[in-house]
Design a protein around this ligand. Structure first.
Ligand SMILES: [Zn+2]
Length: 454
């Protein structure tokens, strides 16, 4: 899907430049930033649809002066003083801005939020309406306030700076330039808009909370796999050996990225408690693993790796020498086929985007469980591929110990006695229709109504 989005907007869209990962991420040898240059991105709007700010019909940047963070009483719209809006270049694009300027930071915030929204609207196949649309038409984006924190709220995203070790503001780490953080926050907005919130007062929403954090991370992970520099780096470092269990050591310098650490986590449900960020990890892992397995299955289908290598790389844990052999085999397979591997990974990325958009469209926020999410993921796969990836999905979720809760009625066994059929006697093989049959038992004398699979 979004490979085709990018093809469609390449000529008609508006150009910006953004850093795919924070500039403070360093190369392992200490020779400088891992992503020293911003990458060009194209927004799915013509230059004429973007006003100075930048601003459009869904969002606008206000570079507020002397603003305090919003709180329960102080809410949008911002009515105070602000710096002049950022102007486009002569042809209406914003890729001319100096990466060391304040204007660049403001334009980055707009371009990141807009790009992530473009990508996910494409996967959903429709406009994602803001969850605050009853109050505001557009999202207010405030890029650089004097605050060692950042927040998203009803109608706004408001970003300050990272914190230095002694707790003061670290002006070298503006949050508005952190693609991961912005995309994660927009992920929460997408869930509020598309899934909604629990309504029952006795619903503790434990898995709902985990799902929300997981969605923030998955929205960010899928979006960052739209940077060519990130995909190229990931593949060049791993040679396509992306199996996630114990996989973090293979992603090299990228493992310093929060997003990558989360994608490659190896936690199961028995490792985590109820805290939403912890609880999100096995779910995010199960879903990211699904993408990796779909990627590998495509490599097998295109004869880029053998079925034997796919199976060996999935059946973990193995011995250290197994892992070395697996890596050597991936390196041999990848070398000379770099473009084909990338094509397969982008296919798997877009499958995952579509799968998640359908899943989020199906689940109800009320009494949500991870098992309910698994059911929705399998249903979504049936719609997308006719269930081609059902085994992969089942295996990935099972490894993470995502299953019906032990008290689920789905797990209840029904003996013939439970069903009131224990007294049924075979009628013999000839019942007139060629099948063996059972006599319908007489009603239970105690009048008990048996559970009937509600
Ligand atoms: Zn979050």
């Amino acid at each position: 899907m979004s490979v085709s989005l990018d093809r469609r907007i390449a000529e008609s869209g508006t150009r910006f430049r953004i850093f795919p990962q924070p500039r403070f991420l360093q190369k392992a040898d200490g020779s400088g930033p891992l992503f020293p240059e911003p990458e060009q991105v194209v927004i799915a709007l013509e230059p004429s649809a973007i006003q100075p700010g930048p601003a459009d019909d869904r969002m606008f940047v206000v570079d507020a002066v002397g603003k305090l963070p919003y709180n329960r009483l102080f809410r949008p719209p911002y009515r105070g003083e602000f710096r002049p809006p950022v102007q486009p270049g002569p042809e209406g694009h914003f890729d001319h801005l100096d990466p060391t300027s304040r204007e660049f930071s403001a334009a980055t915030m707009y371009a990141t939020v807009r790009r992530v929204l473009d990508i996910w609207q494409d996967y959903f196949g429709r406009t994602i309406q803001w969850h605050f649309f009853t109050s505001f038409a557009r999202m207010e984006l405030i890029p650089l306030i004097e605050w060692n924190n950042a927040q998203s709220g009803y109608g706004f995203l408001e970003f300050g700076y990272g914190r230095s070790p002694n707790g003061t503001i670290d002006h070298t780490r503006p949050y508005c330039e952190n693609f991961d953080v912005l995309a994660h926050e927009l992920g929460h907005s997408i869930i509020f808009a598309e899934v909604g919130v629990p309504t029952a007062p006795n619903d503790e929403g434990i898995d709902y909370g985990g799902m929300h954090e997981s969605a923030g991370d998955l929205v960010a992970i899928v979006a960052s796999l739209h940077f060519h520099s990130v995909v190229d780096h990931l593949l060049a470092t791993t040679k396509g050996n992306l199996l996630t269990i114990n996989g973090l050591d293979r992603v090299g310098e990228l493992s310093d990225s929060r997003q990558i650490r989360i994608a490659f986590n190896a936690l199961r449900m028995s490792d985590v408690g109820d805290e939403p960020h912890d609880r999100s990890l096995p779910l995010t892992g199960a879903i990211f693993d699904t993408m990796v397995e779909v990627f590998q299955a495509d490599l097998v289908a295109k004869k880029l790796i053998s079925e034997d290598l796919r199976i060996r790389s999935t059946n973990l844990p193995g011995t250290a020498s197994d892992l070395d052999q697996i890596q050597a085999d991936f390196t041999a397979a990848y070398t000379g086929n770099e473009e084909a591997f990338k094509e397969s990974l982008l296919m798997a990325r877009d499958y995952l985007g579509r799968l998640l958009a359908l899943t989020y469209s199906k689940i109800s926020p009320d009494f949500l469980t991870y098992h309910g999410i698994l059911r929705a993921v399998l249903e979504a796969d049936r719609e997308l591929t006719d269930g081609e990836n059902a085994t992969i999905i089942r295996d990935c979720f099972a490894w993470r110990e995502i299953a019906p809760v032990p008290t689920s009625l789905l797990l209840r066994q029904h003996t013939l006695a439970d069903c009131g059929l224990a007294g049924a006697e075979p009628l013999g093989s000839d019942t007139g229709n060629g099948h063996a049959g059972y006599r319908i038992p007489s009603p239970r004398p105690d009048g008990v109504t048996l559970y009937a699979g509600r």
